[in-house]
Structure formats: C-alpha cells, structure tokens
Design a protein around this ligand. Structure first.
Ligand code: NAP
Length: 287
C-alpha cells in the first residue's frame, strides 16, 4: 500500500483463519475516504497464540483490532475493561488499545440494530430469532435494546436457546424473552405471532445449504432478516420474498458493526452507507 508513513496508525482484524475477511478492504476504503493516515490489516492468529498476539499488538502501539472467530470469547479474559454491552453479548469483537490498556467492546448488536432500523421500528414488536450462537446473542441484545416487546429464541438445542434467554432477560425486563426447540410443534404458533424473523444460524451459506425453518411457516406481513450475506439471497430470503415478506441480508450489519468499531478507534464519523457500498462491490466479484 502506498502512502504509509512513520505517523500512520494501524488497526486490523485477528482471527483464525482470516484470509477471507472483507474487513481490510472495507476499512481501508473508509479510512481513505475520511482522509485518515491509517491502515487496516489482517493477522492470522492461532488460538494458542492469542494472548501473545494481543499483548504484542498493544506493545506495538496498534490502535485497535476487530476480533473474529474463534477468538471473540477467549479475548475477553485478556481485557483490562469490558464494556457492559460486550458483557451482555458475551463476546468482544472490537478492542481498543490505549497506551497498553485494553478495552473490549462489542459492536455486533449495535450494527444489527442500526441495520434493521432502516426497515422496521422494533419498539413493541415481537422477534423470532433462529439460532443460539454468538451472532444470535448479539441480535438478541440488539432486539431488546431496540425495545422489542417479545423475543423468541428458537434453536435446534433447546438448552442453547435457554442459555441465551437467561443471559439477556435480566437486563431487559420490558422484553418478554422466550425460548423453544425448533423441532417442537409449539414453535410454529410462536413464530406466527412475530412480526420479525431473524436467521442467525449458518444455514443458507454455501457450505451449509438449506433453510432453517420450513418456507410455509412464513407469513406475508413478516419482515425477514438473514445475518448471512454470502450468498446475497439465501434460501430463507428467497422463500420469504416469494411469500411477499420484506427481506434484508446481513451485509448492512457487517458494514455497521465495522463503522462502530472505526469510530471507537479513530473518533471519526464513518459513513456506514459507503462502507456497505464497498462490501456490495466486493461480494459481487466472482470468488
Ligand atoms: P455459532 O456461534 O457457531 O452459532 C451458530 C448457531 O446456529 C448455533 O445456535 C447452532 O446450533 C446453529 N446451527 C448451526 N447449524 C444449524 C442447523 N443445521 N440447523 C439449525 N441450527 C443450526 O456461529 P455465529 O458466529 O453465531 O454465526 C452464525 C451466522 O451468523 C454465520 O453463518 C454468519 O453468516 C452470521 N454472522 C453475520 C454477521 C454479520 O455481520 N452480518 C456477523 C456474525 C455472524 P448448535 O449450537 O446446535 O450447533
């Protein structure tokens, strides 16, 4: 990359593997657009080297990093401080280094919330959430923060759904948080009672094809969001569109969690729309 100087500030992403990450191209484009003398790189960090890598980045004066699979939970224990939101989500996806001090944040919940707010005001709505992993817990926190009246967490393992419900319910007494096993017959009426359906399972990605709930469970007036962004239209979103539902994929969530991280490191005001445009360009290239 041209234009690097001794004053250039550095940020990046750590994960294992990380070569597929869209974040470097997205962040570097936005740093350039904002006129910042910053650069963003990807570091492949083996799980057993996580602590050495994070302490090394802090010692080198790196401004901050995004943290992705498989480090989002393990990195929490290394932080000097963890934001209340990251504690609720149970994961850190953004670290800011200040003179060696490490603060862990989570911008996935805010990123999802900002993205979904483009289509629907969640205040007073009921949300059916598919999945009980890391992304699901961020969406669960986002839905409650956005004022959902009810949140139903549906997972193939009831116990996993219950764990997410137990983690978020105490912080949000105004949202009724329920959980269900997707194979359970009681899940259908619960889903039919929701205005918003969100997929936070990998079902629908190229390596995990399929649909996380039967297409005929969807109702035409529901808003259906898929956190997956590659492919741009999953089997769930295609089925929902055919049934007349409004739909959106997870590309805007990726852009908005990135924008929030960039703001945490730089104090600048990134433009999520231009970050999303970069992602649209990248994901439409043949891969
Ligand atoms: P994760 O922690 O591994 O959780 C995956 C969840 O999906 C678990 O609840 C898992 O259930 C469930 N699941 C997996 N296969 C399933 C199947 N065949 N049927 C039903 N449920 C199944 O993964 P994650 O980090 O939450 O990521 C999930 C998805 O979110 C990813 O595919 C990614 O595309 C998306 N995501 C998007 C963004 C964004 O910015 N747009 C950010 C993060 C993640 P078990 O526990 O029973 O396996």
């Amino acid at each position: 990359m041209s234009g690097l100087t001794a004053a250039t500030r550095l940020a990046g992403v750590i994960g294992w593997p990380v070569a597929h990450s869209l974040s470097p191209a997205m962040h570097n484009a936005e740093m350039r657009r904002l006129g910042l003398d910053w650069a963003y790189v990807a570091w492949a960090v083996r799980p057993e080297r996580l602590e050495a890598a994070v302490r090394g980045l802090a010692a080198l004066g790196v401004a901050g990093v995004n943290v992705t699979v498989p480090h989002k939970q393990a990195v929490m224990a290394l932080m000097d401080e963890v934001s209340p939101e990251a504690r609720l989500v149970g994961a850190v996806n953004t670290v800011r280094f200040d003179d060696g001090r490490m603060t862990g944040h989570n911008t996935d919940a805010a990123g999802w919330m900002a993205d979904v707010a483009r289509d629907v005001d969640l205040r007073g709505k009921a949300v059916f959430l598919l999945g009980a992993g890391g992304a699901a817990r961020a969406v669960a926190v986002g839905a409650c923060q956005a004022g959902a009246r009810e949140l139903v967490i549906g997972a193939r393992r009831m116990h996993a759904a219950e764990e997410v419900a137990e983690a978020v319910q105490p912080a949000f007494p105004h949202t009724r948080v329920l959980f269900t096993a997707l194979a359970d017959a009681a899940s259908l009426p619960l889903l039919e009672g929701c205005e918003v359906v969100v997929n936070a399972t990998p079902v629908g990605m190229q390596h995990s094809p399929g649909i996380p709930v039967p297409a005929d469970w969807l109702l035409p007036d529901q808003f259906v969001y898929d956190t997956i962004y590659a492919p741009a239209e999953t089997a769930l979103l295609a089925a929902a569109r055919e049934r007349g539902c409004q739909t959106r994929n997870g590309l805007g969530m990726l852009a908005r969690q990135g924008a929030a991280a960039l703001e945490i490191w730089t104090g600048s005001q990134p433009d999520p729309a231009s970050m999303e445009e970069t992602l649209v360009r990248l994901t439409s290239l043949p891969r």
